[in-house]
Design a protein around this ligand. Structure first.
Ligand SMILES: *[C@@H]1O[C@H](CO)[C@@H](O)[C@H](O)[C@H]1NC(C)=O
Ligand SMILES: *[C@@H]1O[C@H](CO)[C@@H](O)[C@H](O)[C@H]1NC(C)=O
Ligand SMILES: *[C@@H]1O[C@H](CO)[C@@H](O)[C@H](O)[C@H]1NC(C)=O
Ligand SMILES: *[C@@H]1O[C@H](CO)[C@@H](O)[C@H](O)[C@H]1NC(C)=O
Ligand SMILES: *[C@@H]1O[C@H](CO)[C@@H](O)[C@H](O)[C@H]1NC(C)=O
Length: 410
């Protein structure tokens, strides 16, 4: 009797088992990033720039989004002017300033959604921790982990191409992985992109191609943060950046208007913006944007309204992961005697630091019963609220990584 032979056989069987598990059984993953969550490239041929130090031309496309070399004093003004959009109120679309071309690199690859900065500086780390953990259980980048980047400055009305390409990407990924249905792992606004995509598909298609969706920090019902950004801008949490500088670019993005709070989850008597002359509620956005002298923001809100009204369920197994217990802006309070160009005090409530709790948890609505089934067609809706899981840091939170690897290895 050859004990050694038996051992070897057992070991081989074990190795085959691991291989089989790693490459055959796993549901391939597609990552959809949120607002600001993928690389962007630009090419310049401008005749006008905002500052003499700004480059007018570039030989080729270069990485622009969160390129730390460009986010420094003075140069940031060039950056803002290259990434802002101009709104055309006749075609109701946006475009880059004359002489600027912006494109999204690496469709299908994980690189542009793992790192916002191609030099892989830790400040630009995005889906990399989740991708690393998937690789550790047998996933392969670009084969069974796929990235779906897009121009996050724009809302679905100007990203129609994305939804068409995304459907092919899902089908290709399914076919390349031995006809295994796909898991969508989405973050923040990526969850809203996924929801809209799924609402467009038939149940038959979803049952065949989508295994589940794992959503992280999705603002299902918008966020007061969007109002705050229109009012005073956002420094992306960096002490190097000024809110007011960043605002010049941020207020030109239709996606920001798309993320305004939804009347489905804010009551008409709640004051969002308080001044001594007028208290603005969810029904006063037209007046608010007029008073802020941002008429295009109102136009962009109208353009994107269609993509906020439909709150029908995704119709796939949903894992809704989100943080709470982090102070999150809930109300802007302008001091008596100041008007909307003053700097408001920020009243806060519960949330993940960016999105209000009621919006993060809005997914729970789809668990409700409707007749003999649930709003989600009987598909599970699991929620995992995590204390202190901040909106962005959640992407590197050990609890989230462990949850994903557990769900994905089953
Ligand atoms: C593909 O999947 C089928 C059933 O799901 C399985 O029997 C087969 O071994 C798999 N083949 C490969 C090459 O993964
Ligand atoms: C740059 O723009 C000018 C007109 O403003 C045009 O003549 C020139 O061909 C453009 N260069 C490139 C490389 O596209
Ligand atoms: C469109 O924009 C122009 C210039 O900014 C403005 O004068 C005009 O009133 C706007 N038209 C509409 C329909 O909003
Ligand atoms: C994924 O594909 C891109 C583009 O082909 C490539 O640059 C990158 O190195 C690939 N990543 C891996 C891990 O193969
Ligand atoms: C706005 O609301 C605050 C707080 O409820 C109240 O004190 C103030 O009088 C209101 N202002 C107006 C103009 O109604």
């Amino acid at each position: 009797m050859n004990m050694f032979g038996i051992r070897v056989t057992f070991q081989l069987i074990f190795v085959y088992y691991l291989l089989a598990k790693s490459s055959w059984g796993l549901s391939p993953v597609i990552l959809i990033p949120g607002d600001g969550g993928n690389q962007l490239e630009a090419r310049l041929n401008r005749s006008l720039v905002v500052h003499y130090i700004c480059s007018k031309t570039s030989a080729d496309y270069f990485n622009i989004w969160l390129n730390l070399e460009l986010l420094v004093p003075y140069i940031i003004d060039c950056w803002v002017d290259n990434l802002r959009l101009e709104y055309d109120n006749v075609t109701r679309t946006t475009h880059s300033p004359v002489g600027v071309e912006v494109r999204v690199p690496g469709w299908g690859n994980t690189e542009p959604v793992e790192w916002l900065d191609p030099s892989h500086q830790s400040s630009g780390a995005y889906f990399n921790s989740i991708a690393d953990s998937l690789v550790s259980i047998g996933y392969v980048r670009n084969v069974s982990i796929i990235g779906a980047p897009y121009d996050f400055r724009k809302a679905p009305n100007e990203n129609q191409e994305f939804f068409i390409k995304f459907k092919s990407l899902v089908e290709d990924t399914y076919n390349k992985n031995n006809k295994t249905s796909v898991t969508l792992i989405v973050h923040s606004m990526g969850g809203r992109m996924a929801l809209h995509f799924l609402q467009l598909q038939t149940q038959k298609w979803k049952d065949q191609y989508i295994r589940r969706m794992i959503s992280l920090s999705t603002p299902w019902a918008g966020s007061m943060k969007a109002v705050k950004v229109f009012a005073i801008g956002d420094d992306l949490g960096s002490r190097m950046l000024f809110e007011s500088t960043m605002r010049t670019q941020q207020i030109t993005c239709p996606s920001l208007a798309w993320l305004l709070p939804s009347p489905l989850f804010w009551k008409p008597n709640e004051v969002l913006v308080q001044t001594d002359k007028y208290n603005y509620t969810i029904n006063d956005f037209q007046k608010l944007f007029n008073d802020m002298e941002l008429p295009n923001a109102w136009e962009m809100k109208k353009d994107t309204e269609k993509y906020t009204k439909d709150f029908s369920a995704p119709g796939v197994e949903l894992h809704c992961v989100y943080g709470y217990n982090v102070a999150t802006v809930e109300r802007l309070v302008y001091k008596a005697g100041t008007w909307l160009d003053g700097y408001p005090a920020l009243g806060t409530g519960d949330g993940d630091g960016t999105v209000n709790l009621r919006s993060l948890g809005a997914c729970e609505h789809w668990r409700k019963r409707r007749g003999r089934t649930t709003l989600n067609g009987g598909k599970p809706v699991k929620s995992l609220p995590l204390s202190n899981a901040e909106h962005l840091k959640i992407l590197h939170d050990k609890r989230v990584i462990d949850y994903i690897t557990t769900v994905m290895s089953n």
